[in-house]
Write a protein that binds this ligand. Structure first.
Ligand code: ADP
Ligand code: MG
Length: 392
């Protein structure tokens, strides 16, 4: 696909400078979700097993080019050691000497790259200083690839470069879902607002056969067709935009599936009284908080007919029952089809991943991206600088 992988290099004795994403949540010095750390284990273990020297670089938080002790990567060393099953040296300066001191198969973590102003500026001098620490550059941080920074972009032009295991896996899954997918392709896009997903919708209507629109953003599309949405979350000022997206879809031969029936309530809280009505019958004093059972049946029908699914955004206000029902049902239907080998399913987005986990569906999806912004930009059809730099 244009980029090299770790398998293209003989790593023995080599200094493999590896960009990882370990920007994990930490509370009271404890890592509360180690998913990102677990996902880079295959790359690090491969380098170590081949006798390479794994020099890890990463960002943590937003220090904005200044040294902020509370954002030191040193606090993650125990979590990394637990994940790798091996000791990890740490250097907060004198990187050259620290690398010099490494033996083959050792692991070294260097300090938060964003402590240096040159990182976010994609500064060639800073990139050259980093590059001097390695013989090979490996980028395993797909989730940071949408940013052109010194450790993700400029550096890839200075050393022989490759994609790490996670990066290669992520790119492979995305390529299978939207690059050269088996058709028909269904996209499910939900979430709160159209305004945050304009580029996504605009790109998907030209790529997929059916676009299911759910969540709060569906209200904007309903309203754009003159349907009363009561007190629902709705971006009335985007009515023209919604109509443009629908026109674009028609021209591209993409079917748009909007909710046929809706779950409405007067209050947004657990156990609030709710009812199912047709999509055109939202009471003036009510909010649309989920798609109804008929809508779910239509989504399930579209999934059954499809070979590929891409999903971003929950179909309703899934954080509060019973408004998680449509998201759960559609997620479980997609999970079953995936388990049966009938569907390639790829999903991503912070709330989406949480919703699919809550539905017990995540494990059966073909691929779940934890990349957030980079996943969305890829879905929007944008070129990711960190990926483009690997291709050369
Ligand atoms: P992701 O993080 O996966 O990209 P978003 O952030 O776009 O997803 O959307 C998730 C949010 O959308 C959730 O907080 C959910 O409660 C909200 N949401 C979904 N449907 C509705 C609705 N009908 N009304 C209000 N909020 C909604
Ligand atoms: Mg979100």
């Amino acid at each position: 696909m244009g980029w090299k992988t770790l398998d293209d290099f003989d790593l023995g004795g080599k200094r493999v400078l590896t960009r990882i994403d370990i920007n994990v949540p930490v509370e009271d010095g404890r890592v509360t979700d180690a998913t990102r750390i677990e996902r880079i284990v295959p790359t690090v273990q491969h380098i170590v097993a081949q006798g390479g020297k794994a020099i890890l670089m990463a960002h943590f938080g937003r220090p904005k080019g200044e040294v902020k002790p509370e954002l030191s990567l040193k606090q993650l060393v125990p979590a990394l050691e637990a994940a790798f099953g091996k000791s990890v040296a740490f250097a907060d300066g004198q990187y050259g000497a620290a690398v010099e001191a490494m033996n083959d198969s050792d692991i070294l973590l260097i300090e938060n790259v964003r402590f240096a102003p040159g990182e976010e500026q994609n500064d060639p001098d800073f990139a050259a200083r980093l590059a001097s620490l390695g013989d090979i550059y490996c980028n395993d941080a797909f989730s940071a690839a949408h940013r052109a920074h010194a450790s993700t972009e400029a550096i890839a032009r200075l050393l022989p470069s490759c994609a790490g295991r996670l990066m290669a896996e992520e790119l492979g899954a995305l390529e299978k879902a939207l690059g050269t997918p088996d058709r028909p392709v269904v996209a499910v896009v939900g979430g709160a607002k159209v305004s945050t997903k304009l580029d996504l919708l605009g790109n998907l209507v030209t790529k997929v056969d059916t676009l299911v629109i759910g969540g709060g953003m569906a209200n904007t599309f309903l309203a754009a067709q003159g349907i009363n949405v009561g007190k629902s979350l709705c971006e009335h000022d985007l009515a023209d935009t919604a109509r443009e997206i629908m026109d674009k879809a028609t021209k591209a031969g993409c079917d748009i599936l909007l909710p046929a029936d809706i779950v409405v309530a007067r209050e947004f809280k657990a156990g609030a009284a709710s009812e199912v009505v047709v999509a055109t019958a939202c009471p003036d004093d009510a909010m649309i908080l989920d798609a109804g059972p008929q809508s779910v049946a239509r989504i399930e029908g579209a999934l059954k007919a499809a070979k590929t699914l891409v999903w971003n955004g929950p179909l309703g206000a899934f954080e509060i029952a019973p408004f998680d029902a449509a998201t759960n049902a559609a997620a479980q239907a997609a999970a079953k089809l995936s388990r049966d080998g009938a569907l390639v399913s790829v999903a991503g987005g912070g709330d989406t991943v949480a919703a699919l986990n809550q539905a017990g569906a995540a494990d059966d999806f073909t691929y779940i991206s934890t990349a957030g912004g980079a996943f969305l930009e890829w879905m929007e059809g944008k070129t990711l600088p960190g990926v483009a730099a690997l291709v050369g």
